[in-house]
Design a protein around this ligand. Sequence first.
Ligand SMILES: Nc1ncnc2c1ncn2[C@@H]1O[C@H](COP(=O)(O)OP(=O)(O)OP(=O)(O)O)[C@@H](O)[C@H]1O
Ligand SMILES: [Mg+2]
Length: 251
Amino acid sequence: MSAQAGVLAPTIGLEKVSKRFGTQTVLQEISFSVWPGEIVALLGASGCGKSTLLNIISGLLPADSGTITLQGESIARFSQWRRLGYLFQEDRLLPWRSVRQNVGFALENSTLPRAERRTRIDDALALVGMESVGNKWPHQLSGGMRSRIALARSLVSEPEILLMDEPFSKLDPQTRSAMHAELLRICQLKNMTVVMVTHDVEEAVILADRIVILQPAPGRISQIVDMPLPRPRLPTGRDVAENVRLLRMEV
Ligand SMILES: Nc1ncnc2c1ncn2[C@@H]1O[C@H](COP(=O)(O)OP(=O)(O)OP(=O)(O)O)[C@@H](O)[C@H]1O
Ligand SMILES: [Mg+2]
């Protein structure tokens, strides 16, 4: 999971990306690259433009200026099916669909046979420890369960690029640690590239290869910090604690 500058096109390339809403400049000249298999965390105060940036990377929101490339292709040409998963900040479960149907939503435009879809849904639910609630409705779930279902939905298509907006913030500490381990395992297994937003400095240190720190008003990059600590990184580890301490002074 190391940077491969100069060898390949970056998985995600941002060059001077800016965005305004009305008179407010929300993002100002954001430039960074994410390399294959990297996990990059976006850290920054509320309102500094993190979700806006993920929306722009996903192609849901146009930038006002700057360029965005995904695997060397312009965002308009990048075919998203199977290649990009987006876990939104809010879970966006559809209340009129069962849990299984919500997870399967990401497969609806696929040509996968029905049996394969069923297996994928089973696997995704098992991955997040929710295999017993497949036939329930979203309103019957707790907040933490809902966010795990949303995570399963973002993984079910086995995307090459995964964008995650505060994916673990509603989980209890034990489940969160288990999900961290799962995410790292899947990333390594599938060579998935991840950009994740978090408010949790410790989570960023435990998961990320690099941490992009944003400052608000206008949202801009203040620092990009490499996190080359060996894995597994335990919250109790001395290196982790020291990096958390240093980063808390920057955010
Ligand atoms: N569609 C929109 N129209 C107008 N302003 C918007 C829109 N979306 C976001 N904003 C504004 O842009 C700024 C950045 O919002 P964004 O949601 O990207 O912040 P964030 O860093 O994700 O915050 P949080 O950590 O609270 O989720 C905020 O001031 C917000 O009010
Ligand atoms: Mg946000």
